[in-house]
Design a protein around this ligand. Sequence first.
Ligand code: SIN
Length: 333
Amino acid sequence: MNTLPSLLIIGTGGTIAGAGASPELSTRYQAAQVPVQAVAAAVPGLEARASLRFAQPVQKASYEIDSADWQAIRAAVLAGLADPALAGVVITHGTDTLEETAFWLHHSVADPRPVVLTGAMRPGTAHSPDGPANVFNAAMVALSAQARNRGTLVVMNERIHGAAFVGKRHFASVQAFDSGSAGELGSVADGVAVFHGDADPRAARRAVLAPPAGQALPRVPILSGHAGLDALTLQAVIDTRPDGLVLAGTGNGNLPAALRPLIGSAIGRGVAVVRASRGLEGTITRDSPMFDDSGLGTITAGRLPPAKARVLLMLMLACGVPAQQRQALFDAA
Ligand code: SIN
């Protein structure tokens, strides 16, 4: 009788499923070339630790992933979790937007069982690929009772991160991901996941917003602040008629005063506007002397970076969260 725990591995593409023309090529290769079964077959010892199931809703480089793909990945996760015998889920993913898919699942899947994303910085054809160890370590986390009730997790380079804080901070090193001043949640070595502390109750209390399967998600672009950002540029974005807009201001989410009338008129026409920062750390000050949010109707992103603020705003708009409740959800995220 097979007494191994059941583990679902969902493949979505990325470098972890990539292939190059020769072993010396670690940055010149094609992403998303091999199916998830082949990615798992390259992981020594994995089959001895779990009874594996597979799904492949997407096969792409992660910079090609769109919101329809997020829905497809979420549907694959929910289909797997519908079986009470499943212990957990591992998702192999391109690293470029891995933190966005992780945050999407964190706020749209409520199950206490672990959902763990991993990827690789080098393709499987490189001299020293990092994918096999990352998949094995992600599987050990997904099978760990300690990983339950923590929301969506990310495992890269032996470190365990929470979806709320993790980000890709280096675009070439195998030590690409970290969680900034919040810190990582734990580490994996010798097939054992060790967490630094108990599950943070805020992860269990997080807002979970569940748009119907297959529903098209609202369109929310991000406009990055910079010296000289002008009204012409903002107007061009507003002219595309977005449902929402994330303004990644400079420093404390600051934006030139000349943009205020345009922002106000977009909000007046029903566009939800979130003010975030292009900086890496910090929490946006609401209604500072430099930017009055209440008078204008902007939402502040709290500590969320622009890409995660975009995910949360898309979920709120898709689920019809009323305008007056949106700021509180950002403050709690
Ligand atoms: C991608 O994000 O699909 C390409 C880069 C990577 O996976 O590391």
